[in-house]
Ligand binder design. Sequence first.
Ligand SMILES: Cc1cc2nc3c(=O)[nH]c(=O)nc-3n(C[C@H](O)[C@H](O)[C@H](O)COP(=O)(O)OP(=O)(O)OC[C@H]3O[C@@H](n4cnc5c(N)ncnc54)[C@H](O)[C@@H]3O)c2cc1C
Ligand code: SF4
Ligand code: SF4
Length: 473
Amino acid sequence: MSAISDINTMEGTAVILDEIVRQAYQCLECGRCTGSCPMVELFPNDFHPHHLLSDLTKDPEKVLKGYELWFCASCYKCNKRCPQALEYPYFIMQLRGLALAKNGVVPLRKAFSRIRTIIPFPVSFLSVCIHPERINLDPSIIDKMHRDHLSQKKKDKFPESGPKIAVVGSGPAGLMGAYELRKMGYRVSIFESQTNPGGMFSRAIPEYRLPLQIVLDEIENLQESGIEIRPNTTLGKDITLDQLLIQDFKAVLLASGAHSCKALGITGEDFEGVYTTLEFLEELKIKKKVINAKTVVVIGGGNTAMDAASAAMKYGAKEAFLLYRRTREEMPADMNEIREAEKNGVQIRYLEAPVGIHGVKSKFNQLECIKMELGEPDLTGRRRPVPVEGSNFILEADLLVIAIGEKPQIESFPEKIATGKDSTILVNPHSMETSIPGVFAAGDNVLGPATVPDAIIGARRAATGIDNYIKTS
Ligand SMILES: Cc1cc2nc3c(=O)[nH]c(=O)nc-3n(C[C@H](O)[C@H](O)[C@H](O)COP(=O)(O)OP(=O)(O)OC[C@H]3O[C@@H](n4cnc5c(N)ncnc54)[C@H](O)[C@@H]3O)c2cc1C
Ligand code: SF4
Ligand code: SF4
């Protein structure tokens, strides 16, 4: 299929649209995409993925003028369930490029005005979920929405009489949960271990995708509804769950994310120049690190690994290699993320794995790797990578980023809290209550690394669960 860059020519535009319409005809209208879409759960009156495809076959120009295009959050859930394997988020990205070129930003503004009725950090949400950087949206358009939102936002006046609720973590799940609870009249305090609130928004998502100032402004705005944030306060270190419950908090929402980066388990991971993904992204975002003309190697095949490698290129790396031990077919990253990384100049090397981290005086300078081949499928159904004996080789580099996954950091939580695979917190899926009565959880600490819409949905559900708990206990 032609790419967004072809939108600059009339011919390119027609080819892209024809191709998407042709693919839309393959849709069976089974509705699985709509049934699995988190944005449908959040905006049931605005967005129905399979209707949009059907409309596209009837009147593509009308679809390009509409605002529905702007609700897809590119989470790829629909693609994984589609019997035709249609790559919906890719069509949407292409259509958005066409819509902008033909009809300007009015439909996007309309979608934004709907998004801000539900989500109290709409510009951060939009910046992360619609990927303006992929459709070359002029940053001044997002800036203008941000300024308009801040100036138009009326101070939300909610009653202050309800019981006190503690929220742990100020990422999208914590902020959404706190806001929903404030709307119900509860007095809410957020305990946040970092200096900056915002979770992955302020810590990891690269500045070129989401400027830190936007996040901080939106949270300041949100605090005006009466939400208290206590920064530099870590549950398990500065305060315990029991202390929160003994103080007059009637319930606790754990929204602590998934911040424990998995390790390779080989020597040298503590060398200077070796980072976990979150350390690396934080250096770029908070400490404004510039990677002058260096060779960066990222190990991993997920969305976060793609973001880390793209960010390396954006912030000055001479070259960035991404090493993945299987092939592109088995790669967990979404196709849009892989395309974006390649567009940013990242060189993806398949069927290679690290076996040794070398350096001089504990400063990293070489990665020893081995070639892999695919063997029999493992328990996940993906073919197992098997080392090719004697194929070791050396990759010279300056920085190494280990991006093989994150999991919740639950060591600081009480042992009696039930956990499942990869340290995720087990909850009742309807109320989001954990194994401890009065303690609820939502976001990445329940799901493992997931998405912003998932965090928002879980937090809304938890707020309702807390409300029911308090009213019935
Ligand atoms: C690089 C990157 C790119 C991403 N891109 C996208 C994207 O394009 N689209 C998308 O939908 N999602 C994306 N995500 C995923 C998304 O950011 C997360 O799913 C989302 O932030 C989860 O929200 P959360 O509130 O559960 O956790 P977090 O955002 O991680 O927030 C958790 C908060 O809890 C705090 N905390 C942790 N432990 C404690 C404690 N003991 N005491 C006090 N505070 C604590 C943390 O400091 C943090 O502020 C991306 C993630 C990363 C890392
Ligand atoms: S899941 Fe696929 S086939 Fe089914 S309605 Fe959605 S796009 Fe069409
Ligand atoms: S990619 Fe996600 S948000 Fe977009 S239509 Fe599919 S399920 Fe919905």
